[in-house]
Design a binder for this molecule. Structure first.
Ligand code: ADP
Ligand code: MG
Length: 348
């Protein structure tokens, strides 16, 4: 139990207590400064208008008063909180002012509320992107289906000029679908709404299957494919669709940015993880751009030529999917020297 003390302190006792305090404290009698402890003297020196303001306030109200003051020689405003208490000073009623600089506290509070607001806006934006993308997908797939039926002559013969236009339409529908899917994927990754469904997979077969769909483009560009697998089969427990998506994204980048030489996939099995890489002898990336690559909507030196288009979301999605598997992704590249995207997949 805390013992109950009573009885007033005398001026000397106050002086000892106040002098030792780590708070700034000053005593006023009828607005006139009678005593200031060492901390208060420092604070008065720091804020030239403070003494005047506090002495006018030094009526013992027990209320916390907030003062905004410029710092001596600086144009930065500080916030000080001041509370005055009644006491007896050498037989006369006096006011003890207790004050301290709370600017840092308010700065932290204002940063915290900015962060909260930013998160709120981000959440609204994510929900918006996800709802809009989702709503666009259904009509888009109907448009694709009907266009494709007309193109295939299912609703009557069409001329070769019409065929040309419809093929172009179909290509653009597919591009739009890819953009929508990328937006949906990134918004799912960012909001943590994506799940990993692990199954035992042979990575070597997964890579070979992913490469197949690029065969026509590889042949058209006359590129060589140079793969290197540490073992003929590499079994690992992963989400097959998501890692296939990663390889397809990386391979499509390599193909997009490589006009001669080769592209290839490397798989190296270690004790606890598999190191995967997708490399090419393409245009490469300048060193100052490397750190930005995995951010959203980043496209370095974007040109509008055919085949260069994209959303700048591919690598951000790859990073998200690999991190969901507990892995890491990084890039090694030099302008004009080709690119190597490396990522790890832990064996769980
Ligand atoms: N293999 C690569 N070679 C050269 N640049 C690349 C390669 N892969 C990615 N990049 C650069 O990174 C950017 C972002 O890639 P990505 O996120 O896949 O978006 P997108 O493919 O839609 O442009 C590309 O626009 C390109 O500038
Ligand atoms: Mg891409």
């Amino acid at each position: 139990m805390i013992p109950h003390f009573s009885g007033a302190l005398n001026s000397d006792e106050y002086r000892v207590l106040i002098e030792l305090s780590r708070n700034a404290m000053a005593i006023f009698v009828q607005g006139e400064l009678k005593y200031a402890n060492p901390v208060a003297l420092q604070v008065f020196a720091q804020f030239p208008n403070l003494l005047e303001k506090i002495s006018s306030l030094a009526v013992p109200t027990e209320e916390v008063v907030r003062l905004s003051l410029p710092e001596n020689g600086q144009n930065q405003e500080h916030v000080l909180e001041c509370q005055t208490t009644e006491l007896n000073w050498q037989g006369a009623p006096a006011a003890l002012a207790n004050f301290h600089d709370v600017s840092e506290y308010y700065q932290v509070q204002s940063i915290k509320s900015e962060i909260r607001e930013q998160k709120r806006v981000d959440r609204i934006k994510d929900e918006f992107v996800s709802t809009v993308s989702h709503e666009i997908r259904t009509p888009l797939s109907i448009i694709r289906e009907t266009t494709s039926q007309i193109l295939d002559g299912l609703h009557g013969e069409i001329t070769s000029a019409q065929k040309n236009f419809l093929s172009k339409t179909l290509r653009n529908i597919d591009r739009l679908t890819k953009i929508i899917n990328d937006l949906l994927d990134i918004s799912k990754i960012e909001s943590g709404k994506i799940e990993i469904r692990r199954e035992k997979v042979d990575l070597v077969s997964l890579v070979r299957d992913s490469l197949v769909q690029f065969t026509p483009q590889i042949q058209k560009k006359g590129l060589q494919v140079l793969n290197s697998f540490s073992h003929p089969h590499i079994e690992i427990s992963i989400d097959k669709d998501k890692i296939t998506q990663v390889f397809i994204n990386l391979l499509s980048n390599s193909l997009k940015f490589t006009e001669q030489g080769h592209i290839g996939v490397g798989l190296k099995e270690w004790d606890n993880f598999v190191e995967c890489s997708v490399m090419d002898t393409g245009v490469g990336v300048a060193s100052e751009d490397l750190s930005k690559l995995f951010n959203k909507f980043i496209q370095i030196g974007r040109t509008d030529g055919p085949g260069q288009k994209g959303t700048g979301l591919g690598l951000a999605i790859c990073k998200g999917l690999i991190e969901l598997h507990g892995g890491k992704i990084w890039v090694q590249s030099e302008r004009g020297q080709g690119t190597q995207m490396i990522f790890t997949l832990p064996k769980t």
